[in-house]
Design a protein around this ligand. Structure first.
Ligand code: G2I
Length: 541
């Protein structure tokens, strides 16, 4: 519903006699702006602004002013905009952004002081010593310009210093100055604007992963060294086709626990074009999840959307065929993503009430004295399955993002009855899968793995073989093969056999119980069954 229509509706209800109000109640705050709700929650809701539509389009200005209480310059405060030639500073565009924020009671987040991109060639060509002093001068002049301005509250001091694998990005900064340039930049920024909140900012660091963990370790180290770092920015350039990142709230919380603030600095959520209602709903759910993750952590100060209208977005230029990443369409109409952000800020119901489907019954393999691998048929979900948890009763034995997990730390010679539960990004959980039972092998510390194969088969019969390999020495062993249908073992060798129903337990013969570390032994048998074709496969435990 458009803002205007919502305002009319709530206004219309007020003039009806009480008894006539049979419509579902419209909450008193339903027509409020994003910023009104964010302010009520003590958070900011922001947008990046581009200077050209800000100068030229009243619809752009009206929404930017009324819906947001925080502004980031999309490009106007970057190095190529503010210091295109050495020591020649131009603040025309940056000042336009700051003036707009002042006029509309909005805070400004400065973006960005030290980055490898949008930095002029003259900077990149400097010697190490000159580069360090050019960095100090740039920070002093740019952050210093707004140090006494009360609306400019924070800065991205360094931007995108990591590779996705968590290594330091091999930028010209790193090549010439080593990783010490990061601490230097923060110290220069504190000197230039002692009151500003100083941030490190990056993309693909929203969930817990190698890159966000590298960032976490860096922030912890910088804090321990007394480097003035106050905040971490999670850019959050997401795409619905890649799924929602795992453990976003946990990631925000772990940074908060280091004693820094966290902000969502550049969120947009792109899709393969063309748009449709399903993609819009997924996108809306992702926006909800990010806003809720931030709301759930006191030190997450707010959310900045990287623009607000699909009319102006960096996405189609960078990812051909993708777009529609923002909360208003090209005609400035609100999209489901707008409602999602609005309702999450207003504390409304989750956009995604649908849990994942029930996972398949797990199958156990590679069973050892202390471990086993479980594999199951994956769940489906309207938004996306973000992970699975494996339980023994109410005890969680393991988790995984894929439909398989290797359990470790189990007790030898113990029966485990386990089930699997799937989760989605909204925290919905599936019903439990059917249970499966397996028994860990004898616990002489052997770490033995049985490998089963059919050596030969014929109508109604087959020759089977199991090779047992142990990582540590054992003096005895035992393997149970449980077949899904009636299989009779008519002959066996290099083993002793005890059968019970469909379960056939082979243990060592007198002469082959001892297996040295890294060694193996093999036993064989003849099976018969009523069928034809491929012999039935056993569960091995
Ligand atoms: O790439 C998305 C963002 C990733 N994090 C840092 C942000 O600073 C970055 O923003 C984008 C802007 O949204 C784009 O508008 O940064 C791009 C540059 O890396 C910006 O694109 C540039 C174009 O590449 C230039 O050709 C153009 O002159 O925008 C300039 C100004 O319109």
């Amino acid at each position: 519903m458009s803002r205007l229509r919502r305002a009319l509706l709530t206004g219309a209800l007020a003039v009806l006699p009480a008894a006539a109000v049979l419509l579902p109640a419209v909450p008193a705050h339903a027509s409020d702006t994003l910023r009104a709700h964010a302010e009520a929650r003590g958070k900011f809701i922001g947008t990046a602004l581009a200077t050209s539509p800000l100068a030229g389009e009243s619809a752009y200005r009206t929404i930017a002013a009324s819906e947001f209480n925080q502004i980031t310059a999309e490009n106007a405060m970057k190095w190529d905009a503010t210091e295109p030639s050495q020591n020649q500073f131009t603040f025309t565009a940056a000042d336009q952004i700051v003036a707009f924020a002042e006029a509309n009671d909005q805070q400004v987040h400065g973006h960005t002081l030290v980055w490898h991109s949008q930095t002029p060639n003259w900077v990149q060509n400097l010697s190490a010593a000159d580069l360090r002093s050019a960095m100090q001068n740039h920070i002093a002049r740019v952050a210093g310009r707004y140090a006494s301005n009360p609306v400019v509250k924070s800065w991205d001091v360094v931007n995108e210093v990591f590779d996705d694998n968590g290594a330091m990005r091999n930028s010209f900064w790193y090549q010439k100055l080593g990783d010490g340039y990061i601490a230097d930049a923060f110290r220069y920024a504190r000197a230039a604007d002692p009151d500003a909140e100083l941030c490190i900012n990056d993309y693909n660091v929203e969930g817990v992963n190698a890159k966000s963990t590298a960032m976490y370790n860096l922030v912890r180290t910088l804090k321990a060294q007394g480097v003035p770092i106050d905040c971490v920015g999670l850019q959050s350039h997401l795409a619905i086709q890649y799924g929602f990142p795992g453990q976003v709230q946990e990631n925000i919380q772990r940074f908060a626990d280091l004693g820094v603030n966290v902000r969502i600095t550049e969120i947009d959520i792109r899709m393969q074009m063309p748009r449709d209602a399903t993609k819009d709903a997924t996108q809306a759910a992702y926006y909800t999840n990010m806003v809720k993750a931030c709301l759930a952590v006191a030190r997450c100060t707010g959310i900045t959307i990287w623009g607000f209208t699909d009319k102006y977005s960096w996405v189609p230029d960078t990812f051909p065929g993708q777009g529609a990443a923002l909360i208003y369409d090209e005609s400035y109409d609100e999209k489901p993503a707008y409602t999602a952000v609005h309702d999450a800020l207003a504390g409304g119901p989750p956009v995604d009430p649908t849990p994942p489907s029930t996972p398949g019954r797990p199958a156990a393999s590679a069973i050892t004295a202390t471990g086993a691998t479980l594999t199951w048929t994956a769940s489906t979900d309207n938004v996306g399955v973000t992970g699975y948890d494996v339980y023994r009763g109410t005890t969680k034995l393991g988790s995984s993002t894929a439909n398989s997990v290797t359990l470790t730390g189990l007790t030898p010679e113990t029966a485990y009855t386990v089930h699997v539960v799937a989760r989605d990004a909204a925290g919905n959980t599936s019903t439990a899968s059917e249970t499966a039972t397996f028994t860990t092998t004898a616990g002489s510390g052997g770490g033995c793995t049985p490998a089963y194969r059919v050596v030969n088969s014929w109508p109604g019969g087959f020759q089977g073989e199991v090779k047992i390999t142990c990582s540590d020495p054992v003096t005895s062993w035992r393997v149970t093969l449980t077949y899904p249908e009636s299989v009779r073992i008519t002959q066996n060798w290099s083993s002793a056999l005890s059968s019970s129903g469909t379960a056939h337990t082979f243990s060592n013969a007198a002469w082959n119980g001892s297996i040295p570390a890294g060694g193996s032994t093999t036993f064989g048998f003849i099976g018969s069954w009523n069928g034809t074709g491929t012999p039935p496969a056993p569960v091995i435990s």
